[in-house]
Design a protein around this ligand. Structure first.
Ligand code: NAD
Ligand code: UDX
Length: 346
């Protein structure tokens, strides 16, 4: 039975998980692992799909409503016999037979999750309920991509999993951060009440190729601006910090969590911490020394500091990130230059 890696708030789970389909162990049934990835057409989801598809024992089903994701991110798999892509909104029920569910569906960029906050809450709450219902029906293990935003504007630094957070429940970000907190609650309630096998990753800011050019998040904004020769827009005061994880490290952490024995929540992120001014200086230095750095207005409730304590990920998953920010940014630059049609000068 899965061990709870959480926060001193440990619960004894007595109920065994639902039995997986009898076909799983049938002699003549195909032995593949069927994996559902919700939000698999998005940034992290599509990289996860690439990694899962490398294993010939995996069949991957992606469901996505293409709100922030795109079929383009999955084009190399469309038509592959072990791959299936379904246009579907997770706020509606879904009937598929699967062994594992990576539940990522949810807009992640603040601009997009604030665009239709009621839909963001529905995606987090009803979407997660639907995926838990599916997990219960078919006996699948389910992993939720929660977020460092559950810590809100944290008063503890760095943040470890035992911290309960400092979230404004009525603020403009709460559709996302409270939505994810409820999603975590639902995961644990299904685990305790129905014996569902759950995994919760608390993801810290992740960057890499395939982020939408106009995603609105800071790394993609700065790289697109530097490549286009536009000023880098640091939102005031610029001293706020974030810790950036390269996407291949993130995918590795998510798969280790899914395959391991611990429910989480477990922080997955890179503890290297930077102010937004430092990030802008680094992008300027590495990508385009000619661009200006300007200060622009910030948005409400912007967390002032964020850095993961990854002791649990190290101890329980044997995971830690490998790619430093200075090495990851040029990999993302290549992708952005190709998509923007702006080659390097030399
Ligand atoms: N990237 C990060 O820094 C970060 C940090 C913390 C948590 N996360 C979480 O990781 C997950 C993936 O993030 P991402 O950066 O790849 O974001 P993304 O916006 O690129 O991907 C999200 C995907 O979910 C799809 N989607 C949204 N609402 C849906 C719905 N109702 N039904 C079906 N599909 C829907 C989108 O179309 C998109 O393909 C999200 O759950 C996000 O909250 C990401
Ligand atoms: O152009 C920009 C964009 C953003 N920023 C700043 O950069 C920092 C990071 O902002 P982002 O929009 O990239 O992301 P945030 O850290 O605020 O939220 C993210 O956190 C973790 C995830 O759950 C989500 O991907 C998202 O909510 C903020 O302080 C913001 O003010 C800029 O200085 N300039």
């Amino acid at each position: 039975m899965a061990k709870e890696a959480s926060n001193g708030n440990s619960h004894v789970t007595t109920k065994p998980p639902p039995t997986p389909s009898p076909l799983r162990n049938a002699k003549f049934f195909q032995a593949n692992m069927r994996i559902l990835v919700t939000g698999g057409a998005g940034f992290i989801g599509s990289h996860l799909v690439d990694r899962l598809m490398e294993n010939e024992k995996n069949e991957v089903i992606v469901v996505d409503n293409y709100f922030t994701g795109s079929k383009d991110n999955l084009k190399k798999w469309i038509g592959h016999p072990r791959f299936e892509l379904i246009r579907h909104d997770v706020t509606e029920t879904l009937l598929v037979e699967v062994d594992q569910i990576y539940h990522l569906a949810c807009p992640a960029s603040p601009i997009f999750y604030k665009y239709n906050p009621v839909k963001t809450i529905k995606t987090n709450v009803i979407g997660t309920l639907n995926m838990l219902g599916l997990a219960k029906r078919v006996g699948a293990r389910i992993l939720l991509t929660s977020t460092s935003e559950v810590y809100g504007d944290p008063l503890v630094h760095p943040q470890d999993e035992s911290y309960w957070g400092n979230v404004n429940p009525i603020g403009v970000r709460s559709c996302y951060d409270e939505g994810k907190r409820v999603a975590e609650t639902l995961m644990f309630d299904y685990h305790r009440q129905h014996g569902i096998e759950i995994r919760i990753a608390r993801i810290f800011n992740t960057y890499g190729p395939r982020m939408n050019i106009d995603d609105g998040r800071v790394v993609s904004n700065f790289i697109a601006q530097a490549v286009r020769g536009e000023p880098l827009t640091v939102q005031a005061p610029g001293t706020q910090t974030r810790s950036f994880c390269y996407v291949s490290d993130m995918v590795d952490g998510l798969i280790r969590l899914m395959e391991g024995e611990n429910t989480g929540p477990i922080n997955i992120g890179n503890p290297g911490e930077f102010t937004m001014l430092e990030l802008a200086e680094t992008v300027k230095e590495l990508i385009n020394p000619d661009v200006e750095i300007i200060s622009v207005e910030n948005t409400p409730d912007d967390p002032r500091q964020r850095k993961p304590d990854i002791t649990k990920a190290k101890e329980l998953l044997g995971w830690e990130p490998k790619i430093k920010l200075r090495d990851g940014l040029p990999l993302m630059e290549d992708d952005f230059r190709t998509r923007l049609g702006v080659p390097r000068k030399n």
